[in-house]
Design a protein around this ligand. Structure first.
Ligand code: UDP
Ligand code: MG
Length: 329
């Protein structure tokens, strides 16, 4: 009998929670030799999500809920789920039923064939605007160009099944600025992509907007490659050589032909161009500095406020720095 934990991050999902459990249950009940449990993470919702979770967990004993002390973001919420999951494998799913539960059976069959990380690959980005699709393409292209060590998976999100050893490895990565998708790729192990069609949201509204996605993309860039820094170095060298060549040209013209040095427009252009370049370079350095700033604090990724009706003190239970928990056990 395999034990599988389904991790569901929820932020303002009161409308879909009641739909989610029966919809998934209907599919997983049919899967042989598997025992499922659910871990819902309430990521500081402002609506009735927590009450719904309390009700659900009171009725079904295969449901655990963890309520975070505030909204930490999906990446951190998923980490909470991963820390608390006790299955031989976990499946991460959105609460809004955009990830079809019918895919789970296939994921499990690949897992049993020996794959460690079975991810859903979206076969259509239809529901998305042109701009969003364009930006996604740009991001993947840039990541592919920049990161040499491994390749970012395309059109693959957080919908996936992870073997226990992936979970244990993820728990070692306690960085604050989490770009989970990159972390999954970083893990390696045996990956399998299976296609699925993104469903329309069952109810409620998406909390992602353009800015949030842009920030996530920046996070992805700065936490997985230092190529932009390197690029700035190359650009600096190139521009310096160009400037030197131009300087020689201007000098020669002045010496040989007594040509007056090129005037205001040239100066202005060069000055503005170089000024812009410097600001850009500084900005990029700043992005990395910001990452270092956040990481150096070593704050926990999330705080748990309540778990299955119990108030929680910051729990060292699943945190890698081992504390002396023996006496209390
Ligand atoms: N989510 C979360 N914390 C957040 C934002 C979102 O836990 O701060 C959850 C949300 O409840 C959902 C999943 O992440 O289960 C995906 O969010 P959403 O459906 O809003 O994004 P989209 O599917 O549009 O990318
Ligand atoms: Mg969604």
């Amino acid at each position: 009998m395999d034990k599988i934990s389904i991790i569901v991050p929820c932020y303002n999902e009161e409308e879909v929670i009641d739909l989610f459990y029966p919809a998934v249950q209907a599919h997983v009940e049919k899967i042989p030799d598997c025992k499922f449990n659910y871990i819902f993470i309430n990521d500081g919702s402002r609506d009735g999500t927590l009450d719904k979770l309390r009700e659900l967990s009171a009725v079904h004993d295969d449901i655990t809920y963890i309520s975070l002390s505030r909204n930490f973001g999906k990446e951190s919420a998923m980490m909470a789920g991963i820390d608390y999951a006790d299955g031989d494998a976990v499946i991460i799913m959105d609460a809004d039923l955009q990830h079809p539960p019918s895919t789970i059976a296939e994921m499990i069959s690949w897992w049993r064939k020996g794959y460690d990380d079975i991810c859903g690959k979206r076969i259509d980005r239809n529901g998305e605007t042109r701009l969003k699709r364009f930006c996604a393409n740009l991001f993947y292209a840039a990541m592919k160009k920049f990161s040499t060590s491994y390749e970012m998976q395309r059109d693959v999100g957080d919908f996936r099944l992870l073997d226990r050893r992936c979970i244990e490895a993820l728990k070692l990565m306690r960085e604050n600025q989490r770009f989970t998708k990159g972390l999954f790729t970083w893990l390696g192990y045996r990956k399998k992509e299976i296609p699925f069609e993104v469903q329309p949201r069952a109810a409620g509204q998406t909390t992602w907007n353009f800015l949030a996605l842009f920030n996530l993309a920046m996070k992805g860039m700065t936490s997985f490659t230092t190529a932009p820094l390197r690029m700035m170095t190359f650009l600096g060298v190139t521009v310096s050589f160009g400037a030197m060549a131009y300087m020689i040209f201007v000098l020669m013209m002045a010496i040989l032909y007594g040509d007056p040095v090129a005037g205001y427009p040239t100066l202005m252009t060069v000055m503005l161009f170089l000024g812009g370049m410097q600001l850009l370079a500084l900005g990029i350095i700043g992005e990395y500095l910001g990452q270092i700033f956040y990481e150096s604090k070593r704050r926990p990724i999330y705080l748990v406020d309540e778990m299955n009706g119990q108030k929680m003190i910051y729990s060292p239970r699943r945190v890698p720095i081992e504390r002396d928990t023996q006496s209390s056990d």
